[in-house]
Design a protein around this ligand. Structure first.
Ligand code: FES
Ligand SMILES: [Fe+2]
Length: 412
C-alpha cells in the first residue's frame, strides 16, 4: 500500500515532475528501428514521457527525434518532408537537422538571421538491438549508453514485441515483478507440451532479494519433494525494466531471457517492449510469432474496448482467463485496474513481496534524486559498461543449495 502522495510521486512522468525528471536521466526506448527503416523515410509520431515528438531517419542515416510542432508557428512536422539531411515543415518550409538546428527559413528575406536565433528541441538517439533509444535529460548529465545482455547479441537473436498498454507504466512494471500471477492469469488447463509448468507445483513461493547496482534481483523459490527447490530469478532494472526467466534450456542453463521495458508514453499510456533474446542461436519461424496481436500502430487488437474478446467457453475449458496470448492476459489484468490504480486502497499479501521491493526502490531513488544524489544504475566510465550480472535464471536446486550459487563471482 502507498499513500496517495507516494502513488502520485511514482506515477507522474511529465517534464518537471520528480519521476519525469528521473526517467529523463536514462536512455529509454523511443521507437523501433523498423518504424524508420530507411533514410528519407516518412516521419513518425512518438509520444514519450508526455511529450509529442516526431522521429525520422535522415538521408545520411542519422536519427532525428524532436518536438512534433514546428518552432515557427506550430504545424506538425509529422507531415514534413524528410529530404537532404533534414526535416522540412510543409507550412513555410523551415528545415531542421537531427540536432534541431534550423538550416533554412526560405520564406524569410535573404540575409535573415532568424534561423540562427531559433533552436528546435531535439533529443540524442542511439540504436541498439532494433530499438532507437533516446536521452531526454540535461546534456551535461548524459550517461553512457548501458549495454545490457539482450542488446549485445546479433540482431537475429533478439525478438521484440512492441505494444501499447493503456495504463500507467507502474502497473505494467508491477506485473513483470509479480511471479505469483503466472499460476493464475497465464494458467492453461491443457498445457502446451513445450511449456514449462513446474512453477505450478508450489503456488506460494518464498521470495528472497538482493539489492544490485542496476536495481533488484529477486528469487521466487518453490519447494519440491525432498527439500529440493525450483528457483526463478527475476530482475528489476532501472528505471522501468522487468527481466524475467523465460525461454528454453541449453546445457542446463536458461538460453537468454526476456527483458520488458515499460516506457511511459504519458501518465496513462505505456509503450511496452518485450525483448526476448537467445545466446545460442537465431530465432526461427518455429519460435512462435508474438507480434500478430497488434495492428500496424502496435495497438492491441484485443483491448479494453472489446473486453479483450474474452471467451467464456475457453475460460471454462481451456485457460484461466478465456483470453488468448499472455500479453493480452497481462493487459487485461493491468488495464482493467484503471489508468492509474489507487494504491492507497489495495490489500497486499506475501505474494506481493517483489512488487513492494520495487516500489520501495523507486521511492528511494526518486527521493534521493530530489535530494541531489546520483540515480542508480547510471554509468559515466566506459569500463563500467559491464552488465553480465544482469542475468535471469531458472534452475532446479538440490536440498541445501542456494539460488545465489548461480551467481558466483558476479559483482553486486
Ligand atoms: S509553421 Fe513550420 S515553417 Fe511555418
Ligand atoms: Fe504476465
Amino acid at each position: 500500500m502507498l499513500s496517495r502522495e507516494e502513488n502520485q510521486l511514482l506515477t507522474r512522468v511529465r517534464r518537471d515532475t520528480p519521476m519525469g525528471n528521473l526517467f529523463r536521466r536514462y536512455w529509454i526506448p523511443a521507437l523501433l528501428s523498423e518504424e524508420i527503416a530507411e533514410p528519407d523515410c516518412a516521419p513518425v509520431r512518438v509520444r514519450l514521457l508526455g511529450e509529442d515528438l516526431v522521429a525520422f531517419r535522415a538521408t545520411d542515416g542519422k536519427i532525428g527525434l524532436m518536438d512534433e510542432h514546428c518552432a515557427h508557428r506550430g504545424t506538425s512536422l509529422f507531415f514534413g518532408r524528410n529530404e537532404e539531411c533534414g526535416l522540412r515543415c510543409i507550412y513555410h518550409g523551415w528545415k531542421y537537422d537531427v540536432d534541431g538546428n534550423v538550416l533554412d527559413t526560405p520564406a524569410e528575406p535573404a540575409g535573415s538571421q532568424l534561423k540562427n536565433k531559433v533552436h528546435h528541441n531535439a533529443y540524442p538517439c542511439v540504436e541498439a538491438g532494433g530499438i532507437v533509444f533516446a536521452y531526454m535529460g540535461p546534456k551535461e548529465k548524459m550517461a553512457i549508453f548501458a549495454l545490457y545482455p539482450w542488446l549485445g547479441v546479433p540482431q537475429n537473436q533478439i525478438y521484440i514485441a512492441k505494444s501499447l498498454l493503456e495504463c500507467n507504466y507502474l502497473q505494467g512494471l508491477e506485473g513483470d515483478c509479480d511471479s505469483a500471477h503466472l499460476n493464475f492469469l497465464h494458467r492453461m488447463f491443457k498445457p502446451d507440451a513445450r511449456r514449462e509448468f513446474l512453477h505450478l507445483v508450489d503456488a506460494s513461493p518464498d521470495f528472497e532479494f538482493d539489492e544490485m547496482d542496476f536495481g533488484l534481483r529477486a528469487a521466487a523459490i518453490r519447494k519440491l519433494a525432498g527439500g529440493a527447490t525450483y528457483a526463478r530469478v527475476s530482475h528489476f532494472v532501472m528505471p522501468f525494466i522487468g527481466a524475467v526467466p523465460v525461454g528454453s534450456m541449453v546445457d542446463g542453463r536458461l538460453d537468454g531471457f526476456k527483458a520488458v521495458y515499460q516506457v511511459p508514453a504519458d501518465d496513462h499510456n505505456t509503450w511496452r517492449y518485450d525483448c526476448f533474446f537467445k545466446w545460442s542461436r537465431p530465432f526461427t519461424s518455429d519460435d512462435s510469432s508474438k507480434r500478430d496481436f497488434v495492428d500496424a500502430g502496435y495497438k492491441k487488437l484485443r483491448n479494453k474496448r472489446n473486453n479483450y474478446l474474452q471467451d467464456r467457453a475457453i475460460q471454462k475449458q481451456t485457460n484461466f482467463t478465456g483470453i488468448t496470448e499472455f500479453l493480452n492476459q497481462d493487459a487485461c489484468a493491468t488495464e482493467s485496474m484503471g489508468p492509474v490504480v489507487d494504491r492507497s486502497i489495495e490489500h497486499l499479501g506475501a505474494s506481493d513481496a517483489f512488487v513492494i521491493q520495487v516500489r520501495r526502490f523507486l521511492l528511494r531513488a526518486v527521493k534521493d534524486f530530489q535530494a541531489g544524489k546520483q540515480p542508480p544504475g547510471l554509468i559515466y566510465e566506459p569500463e563500467q559498461n559491464d552488465f553480465a550480472h544482469v542475468r535471469c535464471e531458472a534452475a532446479y536446486l538440490p536440498a541445501n543449495m542456494s539460488w545465489r550459487s548461480l551467481y558466483p563471482d558476479r559483482k553486486k
